[in-house]
Design a protein around this ligand. Structure first.
Ligand code: CP
Ligand code: NVA
Length: 331
């Protein structure tokens, strides 16, 4: 499998074999890391990490993974570059492309990262846009494969806002990998019909299925994985909360949901999560609306079936695989 020179912008651009190759490469890199084996084969290279939105996991994963591979990193925070304000994406891409061997970009519209990639002649990696979060999917697939031993045929339900980056990407992931995904949400939060159509077309070739339902009882029955995300995403206005709480509360992941899914079902979340009132926003919204938690109860989040921290760790190993493969590292 040769992915050298490729961008990693969305899973739609990758074949199922390429996606599984990246997941398996991540598993090998994880094993090496656990054994303390060095993989610093990309010494002398440098990568730029552009974050127009905040991050804990993605930023740290890129930094640690780049360091483990022997590379240097430059972090550009939302206020730290001229991009978009005084300099276009096209110009930024050509400048950074001349200094760095790869560029990570987290921002708003998917078209921005696509534009960056079209002008930079080095690999560009999407660290999250409004529409897609492809590196998260690789971590999720690795976590699923580690837990169940296989990916194809996995039955997953996603509860919550199904028209944003995480749900969109899960839909593409499921379609490509032959999984059965139910998106369980209020119909005003169903994904873009065009993307659903594309995913169903892919699904018809892989044995996958994509189901959209508003029924939180039927939708959560007999599943291997229950997945959720925060109800108001980065970049959305604070005013979205009022409506979102009303619309999303029926789709909160509770003990009942997990029981309906089945005793062996695992709980997944890309994180960060409002599972208690120990965060500024969680506390503010919890007090305002009279909740102890938002998208998932603390009981589920902290339960034995919750694999959220394994999933978070796997962000690093999978991001390492993406950089290694697209920069042509061999192991
Ligand atoms: N899951 C995820 O992308 O987390 P961060 O926003 O912390 O990077
Ligand atoms: N949907 C969330 C994902 C965070 C990783 C957001 O965009 O904020």
């Amino acid at each position: 499998m040769n992915l050298k020179g490729r961008d990693f912008l969305k899973l739609l651009d990758y074949t199922p074999e390429e996606i599984e190759y990246l997941v398996d490469l991540a598993a090998r890199l994880k094993e090496k890391k656990k054994k303390g084996e060095l993989v610093d084969v990309l010494k002398g290279k440098n990568v730029a990490l552009i974050f127009e939105k905040t991050s804990t996991r993605t930023r740290c994963s890129f930094e640690v993974a780049a360091h483990d591979l022997g590379m240097g990193t430059t972090y550009l925070d939302p206020s730290g570059s001229q991009m978009g304000k005084k300099e276009s994406m096209a110009d930024t891409a050509r400048v950074l492309g001349s200094m760095f061997e790869g560029i990570e970009y987290r921002g708003f519209e998917q078209e921005k990262v696509e534009e960056l990639a079209s002008y930079a002649d080095v690999p560009v990696w999407n660290g999250l846009t409004n529409e897609f979060h492809p590196t998260q999917m690789l971590a999720d697939l690795l976590t699923i494969k580690e837990h169940f031993g296989y990916i194809k045929g996995i039955r997953m339900v996603y509860m919550g806002d199904a028209r944003y980056n995480t749900a969109n990407s899960l839909m593409v992931m499921a379609a490509k990998m032959g999984m059965h995904l139910t998106l369980c949400s209020n119909k005003n939060y169903f994904p873009d019909p065009e993307l659903v159509k594309t995913c169903r077309e892919i699904a018809s070739t892989t044995g996958a299925s994509i189901t959209l339902t508003e029924d939180a009882i039927e939708g959560t029955k007999d599943k291997d994985v229950v997945y959720t995300d925060i109800w108001v995403s980065m970049g959305e206005p604070d005013s979205a909360w009022v409506e979102r709480i009303t619309d999303m509360t029926p789709y909160k992941v509770t003990k009942d949901v997990m029981q309906r899914a089945g005793k062996d079902a695992i709980f997944m979340h890309c994180l960060p999560s409002y599972h208690d009132l120990k965060t500024e926003i969680g506390r503010e919204k919890g007090e305002q609306f009279g909740f102890e938690d938002l998208e998932v109860t603390d009981e589920v989040f902290e339960s034995e079936n919750s694999v959220v921290f394994k999933e978070a760790e796997n962000r690093m190993h999978t991001i390492k695989a993406v950089m290694a493969a697209t920069l042509g590292a061999e192991f």
